[in-house]
Design a protein around this ligand. Structure first.
Ligand code: SF4
Ligand code: FES
Length: 238
């Protein structure tokens, strides 16, 4: 089938405004959108900028908006976004982050918010004599969903709260906070509460569920955020 890719183009260093360029591409329904982007890059316009690395849904680098919804280009099949010959697929960068070039966004602010919640294990001072921080299966299960995050930024782009409150910490940082708060080996709850228990922290989440709908890893983001809200209330004796 032949499809049409309508791709957002913008180079802040040379362009006064953004535009959409259209490319006609031959594709199989089972090809991925990433394959078509690579085709354009290799055969039609080598100046097209987008990120990709693993091409298998693991690294999170090719999150973008495809037909108005956040997806990984490497996990989105043409047949999922274009039904018939001649159909057009709209491809845009993630929202809420500055465009570096075309489909590439500057992730600095996204990563800075992620860093704020101390995204690493803060264990007890003295390691167990065995040298291992052992967990039961149940304890591991408690954090399983949150460990699946690949930092793609899809949830950050889909979040309606960030549209009206750009200072909101954002869903991905909250998922990572949950991942460590509920880790039986971690002792950093108070340190993380100091960051989360703020007007632009966890309480700014209004339960829109848009993050949960777009997460390519199927993480129940809103559920995890609400779990952490309850844990903070419990800790504060509310
Ligand atoms: S929670 Fe899901 S959507 Fe958000 S950054 Fe992690 S993998 Fe991506
Ligand atoms: S390229 Fe790694 S997730 Fe798509």
């Amino acid at each position: 089938m032949q499809i049409e890719l309508k791709i957002f183009r913008y180079n802040p260093e040379t362009d006064s405004e953004s535009r959409f360029d259209t490319y006609k591409v031959e594709a199989q329904p089972t090809d991925r959108v990433l394959d078509s982007l690579m085709h354009v890059y290799r055969n039609e316009d080598g100046s097209l900028a987008f990120r990709k690395s693993c091409a298998h849904g693991v690294c999170g680098s090719d999150a973008m908006r495809i037909n108005g919804r956040e997806r990984l280009a490497c996990k989105t099949l043409i047949k999922d976004v274009a039904e018939a010959d001649g159909d057009s697929i709209l491809i845009e960068p993630l929202r809420h982050l500055p465009v570096q070039k075309d489909l590439m966004v500057d992730q600095s602010e996204f990563l800075a918010r992620f860093k704020k919640i101390s995204p690493y294990l803060i264990p007890v001072d003295k390691a167990p004599e065995s040298g291992e921080y052992i967990q039961s299966q149940l304890q591991r299960d408690a954090i399983d969903d949150a460990t699946k995050c690949i930092n793609c930024g899809a949830c950050y782009s889909a979040c309606p709260v960030l549209e009206i409150n750009p200072d909101f910490l954002g869903p991905a940082a909250l998922v990572h906070a949950t991942r460590f708060i509920f880790d039986s080996r971690d002792t950093g709850l108070d340190e993380r509460i100091a960051v989360l228990d703020q007007p632009n922290g966890i309480w700014a989440c209004d339960n829109h569920f848009e993050c949960t709908k777009v997460c390519p890893r199927g993480i129940k983001i809103t559920k995890l955020i609400n779990m952490t809200k309850r844990e903070i209330k419990k800790r504060k004796g509310e």
